[in-house]
Design a protein around this ligand. Structure first.
Ligand SMILES: [Fe+2]
Length: 288
């Protein structure tokens, strides 16, 4: 079993790096960290959302190229994870020093989950000595979870819960909400015809921050695709909105902690009321 310590970062390709960076800065309120390039591997820009040096990276590349990074506790665990994944038939790639430098980690390996989602396992993501503060008053308290697309959620749930250390907190239809620590979910797997990151969540401090965002997004012409609402599963209040290249971003507040490690998963039907207990209807294909 490969023990995931935390979710660390998402890396997204884009053909409009400047536009994506403007969005990350102005709309998400994230703070630009390091810029890399222009070299052989193109340009990349890291963004901060919490105490770490980066949690979101946009790079010059294919907008369908998405990678999610998770932290492991030690180099020894990274080595045994590589061996375990190879034993199970996953092609494992060891991060080059220049790639580790760009990811602001000590070391990492890359592989694909059974749907083909690019996953990286990293050791020692760098923390920053400079305090994070958002570029506007978003109330951001940090990067918290991703929705991943799954071509077979039951198969992928088995992978994430037997090879990796995730536990099912709840299911909505076939879609499991998976925790790797006490936070109700840090990964969710949504049925889809193809792999990729389906949404990216940052937590905000309160419902005031969600409502401020709701008005601000409307004034900036950003399409809100779900919410304001409240998830009956995690108890979090939420707002989902459209980002560059069709990516969906979420701000949410008040996610439940699951303190009992053996808490059994609850099953919710695949119905709008399982996504929002206030009656908001999602304009997100994977939630309908
Ligand atoms: Fe979410």
């Amino acid at each position: 079993m490969i023990a995931l310590k935390d979710i660390s970062y998402v890396r997204l390709g884009t053909r409009d790096l400047d536009g994506a960076c403007r969005y990350a800065n102005d709309i998400l309120g994230l703070r630009e960290g390091q810029r890399y390039g222009p070299p052989r591997h193109g340009r990349a820009v890291g963004f901060r959302s919490d105490a770490r040096e980066q949690t979101l990276v946009y790079f010059d590349g294919d907008p369908a190229d998405h990678t999610t990074g998770f932290e492991l506790s030690s180099m020894a665990e990274l080595q045994s994870a590589a061996a375990e994944l190879e034993r199970l038939g996953h092609a494992v790639r060891e991060g080059r020093p220049d790639e580790c430098e760009q990811r602001r980690v000590q070391a990492f390996i890359g592989f694909n989950d059974p749907s083909g989602n690019a996953i990286e396992l990293a050791v020692a993501p760098f923390h920053s000595g400079v305090r994070f503060f958002p570029t506007r008053d978003t109330g951001n308290t940090g990067f918290s979870h991703v929705g991943l697309r799954s071509t077979d959620p039951a198969r992928d749930e088995r992978f994430w819960t037997t090879v990796l250390s995730a536990k099912v907190s709840d299911r909505i239809g076939a879609a499991p909400l998976l925790r790797i620590d006490e936070v109700h979910h840090k990964i969710a797997l949504f049925p889809s015809a193809y792999a990729g990151v389906q949404h990216i969540n940052h937590q905000v401090a309160s419902i005031d921050d969600l409502m401020r965002a709701w008005y601000l997004l409307q004034s900036r012409g950003i399409r809100v695709v779900f919410g304001p609402g409240k998830h009956p599963t995690s108890g979090a209040m939420f707002l989902y909105f459209e980002g560059p290249d069709g990516m969906v971003y979420e701000f949410s507040s008040g996610v439940r902690m699951v303190t009992d490690p053996d808490a059994p998963p609850r099953q919710f039907p695949f119905h709008p009321t399982s996504f929002c207990m206030w009656g908001s209807v999602p304009d997100i294909p994977e939630f309908r």
